[in-house]
Ligand binder design. Structure first.
Ligand SMILES: C[S@@+](CC[C@H](N)C(=O)[O-])C[C@H]1O[C@@H](n2cnc3c(N)ncnc32)[C@H](O)[C@@H]1O
Length: 448
């Protein structure tokens, strides 16, 4: 099958040359690099209009998201087709589905596409315990489907798979140290940016992901940050107090440290610890923009670094946001699910346990520790924290009901899976773009 000379037409404004999409899609599918890098490079040479570009990216991500199901639908029982022919057929099928759900029949340009579409629809019937069919239905590697079912049970596994969707919103955190939510909301509206305040986190605003927020003055002035709801919720859970000593272990570029600073009214001290000096440099830039002055960034060489030893039992709140599989972000970055292996997952788990134990050593008596990941796997979540609790008898879980007010608990309820060990997984949902796991502990004893 050759690429058709027809255009992909959604409406009069949206004529896209199918050859361009095909070229980009092929590049993304065979690349080992992130699709975003490939897409950026591709559009440095070709420059379609903004609407066309958005549609092309949408179709490419649609294929990435449903890759396995689309390929199985196109191939049917014939595995012998040429790769280029298959990609072309996959694109046709994807475009038909993406293009118009009301006008599907009109968009079926060939019997091949129609048959592939019928097979695509049939895969909606993939249910547990048939791992293979479920893996096609959700376009996931079979081993992940099996892992989720075995570790979480079929119902929660299904929930995890269903939640892994592309979400078309971005969350902003209004820096209430420098501005007010109402003012920012008004300013955004004046610029024509529709926005909505979260009923759960009062300084969290939702906007469309089509908006390039970095071009707004308010962003450059440090009045707003891009920060997912889950990240903001984790800081709310940590609840760092003014004039206290806080550690953001594995701080990365410091989104959570900056949010903590606002809760601490820019007083006390936050040690922001990471092994990456590049990320700490980024944090320094962001802190300057946000007007944050209570940060002490620490680049450490390893967990044995003496800078960490010096913090032993000193902090009243420690956040440890460990490196993880990123499986909570599969909805936005569907290529990642194909790069993860069982071996890598086991490595993450081992590393997470070591980092959590080290971070815990910095918590003062009576102090709090929050462990978080953006993973949906039990290995990185409840299994790590259960093992931690067994080894560290002076730490107790703080149950969810004691973490949030009854109102917040109620709002979160539809999107939360409570773990056996009092940790919780917030699923990717209309409230949070990514899935996040969090678990709060308290160290026994009286603070001095
Ligand atoms: C999930 S990211 C953290 C994201 C960050 N907390 C945020 O809110 O943007 C994990 C971070 O852990 C850091 N890291 C990895 N191993 C570490 C270690 N042994 N000690 C401290 N940081 C480490 C990585 O460099 C990475 O920045």
């Amino acid at each position: 099958m050759e690429p058709s000379t027809l255009k992909i037409t959604k409406n009069e404004l949206l004529d896209i040359d199918e050859h361009i999409v095909l070229r980009l899609l092929t590049k993304v599918l065979i690349s080992k690099r992130s699709p975003n890098v490939e897409i950026k490079e591709f559009f440095e040479v070709r420059r379609p209009g903004k609407v066309q570009r958005e549609a092309i990216v949408d179709i490419v991500f649609f294929v990435l998201h449903h890759k396995k199901r689309l390929f199985f639908s196109v191939l049917g029982s014939n595995n012998q087709k040429k790769f280029s022919t298959v990609i072309c057929a996959v694109l046709k099928l994807a475009t038909v589905i993406w293009n118009s759900s009301d006008n599907l029949a009109l968009n079926m340009r060939s019997r091949g596409t129609l048959n592939a579409f019928k097979r695509f629809e049939l895969f909606e019937n993939g249910f547990f315990p048939d791992y293979s069919k479920v893996s096609i239905r959700f376009s996931y590697p079979v081993w992940i489907v099996k892992n989720l079912a075995e570790k979480k049970g079929n119902d929660n596994a299904l929930r995890a798979l269903c939640s892994s969707k592309k979400r078309d919103f971005v969350c902003l955190r209004v820096n209430t140290g420098k501005s007010k939510v109402g003012e920012i909301s008004k300013r955004l509206s004046l610029w024509g940016v529709e926005n909505e305040v979260s009923p759960i986190i009062s300084n969290c605003l939702y906007i469309s992901n089509k908006i390039k927020i970095s071009k707004f003055d308010a962003y450059r002035e440090g009045l707003i940050e891009i920060q997912d709801f889950g990240s903001q919720l984790i800081v709310k859970l940590l609840n760092p107090k003014p004039y206290s000593l806080v550690i953001d272990f594995c701080c990365g570029a410091g989104g959570k440290a900056l949010a903590s600073s606002v809760m601490m009214k820019n007083t006390g001290l936050i040690y922001a610890v990471d092994v990456s000096s590049k990320r700490i440099d980024e944090l320094n830039k962001r802190a300057k923009r946000a007007g944050v002055t209570n940060l002490c960034p620490l680049v450490v060489s390893s967990l044995g670094d003496s800078k960490i030893e010096n913090l032993s039992q000193r902090a009243s709140s420690v956040l440890v946001d460990v490196p993880c599989s990123g499986s909570g972000t599969f909805g936005q970055f569907p290529h990642l699910k194909w790069q993860l292996t069982r071996k890598k997952l086991a490595e993450y788990k081992g590393n997470q346990s070591k980092i959590l134990n080290k971070a815990a050593s910095c918590v003062a008596k009576g102090g709090f520790l929050v462990y978080s990941t953006c993973s949906i796997f039990e290995e990185e979540n409840d299994i790590v924290t259960e093992e931690f609790l067994k080894k560290n008898e002076d730490f107790d879980s703080v149950g969810l009901d004691r973490c949030f007010s009854a109102k917040v608990r109620k709002e979160l309820d539809p999107w939360i899976e409570e773990g056996v060990s009092k940790g919780a997984l917030l699923y990717s949902s209309p409230v949070s773009k990514y899935s996040f796991y969090f678990h709060k502990f308290v160290r026994q004893g009286k603070s001095s």
